[in-house]
Design a protein around this ligand. Structure first.
Ligand SMILES: Nc1ncnc2c1ncn2[C@@H]1O[C@H](COP(=O)(O)OP(=O)(O)OP(=O)(O)O)[C@@H](O)[C@H]1O
Ligand SMILES: [Mg+2]
Length: 261
């Protein structure tokens, strides 16, 4: 029998650790339902990655995980198929999605959305825009280039330590310009949340809602993205004129049918 002073109670921290662990497990269970696990195993069998390592980011609609592929890494984005409300899809995006696929049910919508993100990443790669390279997709799972280093994933622009705002702005202007002129796409949700900073350069992510630059809504969306960024750079002490930004990325021809541009 141990004497009373020898009885060791688990410390408060232990309880905290266990509580966090339970929450973590619940979260992962929600992402990796049976059908998602089957999709992952199919992608592993196709050789797209070897194993999933840890979550980089988990949100209401999906999560992004770091995965191992040989000696390197990949990023795996999993859209939840639980019936959590899918992102407030703007009308124009839904229209495009319907045009591209015969989506009849909720699951189908998510699979089409995943495929769309893959297709758009491919178009960006072809146009030379800095964005993750797409490697493949299946149902609600997308495999892409991992942006980061052995120390961890690249930070979002919003969280990054920006030493030279002017250089970052100029880099962003070049990439957005390339997206508009070469890929003929407008991101539509570009912000310091959907831009990573890697080795001092910007990388555009979360591209599924992008629309064609000649879509009637494209101009309004591009102006919204640009105004957002002008405010962001303003807070960093850099004056960015939205009009100048818009002109520099070829905004004059956005939102008009190709033959008019
Ligand atoms: N290819 C990648 N390499 C490294 N990290 C990534 C990659 N893609 C996404 N991330 C990380 O995952 C986060 C979420 O990705 P993304 O913006 O594409 O998804 P989301 O559906 O918008 O999720 P959220 O609503 O949480 O922003 C990003 O903010 C970024 O930190
Ligand atoms: Mg995002």
């Amino acid at each position: 029998m141990p004497r009373p002073e020898e009885v060791v109670f688990p410390g408060r921290e232990r309880f905290e650790d266990r509580r966090k662990e339970r929450q973590q497990r619940k979260l992962l269970d929600e992402f990796f339902d049976h059908s998602t696990l089957l999709s992952i195993s199919r992608l592993v069998n196709r050789g797209l990655f070897d194993s999933i390592d840890y979550p980089i980011s988990t949100g209401k609609e999906g999560g992004v995980f770091r995965a191992t592929k040989g000696a390197g890494a990949r990023a795996v984005k999993v859209y939840r198929i639980s019936n959590a409300p899918f992102r407030n899809l703007p009308i124009y995006a839904l229209e495009e999605l319907r045009r591209e696929s015969s989506v009849r049910n909720y699951g189908g919508l998510i699979f089409a959305w995943t495929r769309r993100e893959h297709t758009i990443l491919g178009r960006l790669k072809d146009a030379g825009v800095r964005a993750p390279i797409p490697y493949g997709h299946y149902r609600n799972v997308l495999v892409m280039e991992y942006i980061g280093s052995a120390e961890g994933a690249a930070p979002r622009l919003k969280d990054a330590l920006i030493e030279d705002p002017k250089a970052v702005y100029e880099d962003l202007r070049t990439e957005v310009g390339r997206m508009v002129r070469e890929a003929k796409l407008v991101h539509g949700d570009l912000s310091p949340y959907n831009t990573l900073l890697h080795e001092g350069r910007v990388v555009l992510i979360d591209v599924a809602q992008s629309i064609s630059a000649d879509h009637p809504e494209a101009r309004r969306l591009l102006i919204r993205d640009i105004t957002n960024f002008a405010k962001f750079f303003g807070r960093l002490g850099l004056d960015v004129e939205p009009e100048e930004f818009l002109a520099a990325v070829g905004g004059a021809s956005v939102g008009r049918p190709a033959e008019e541009a």
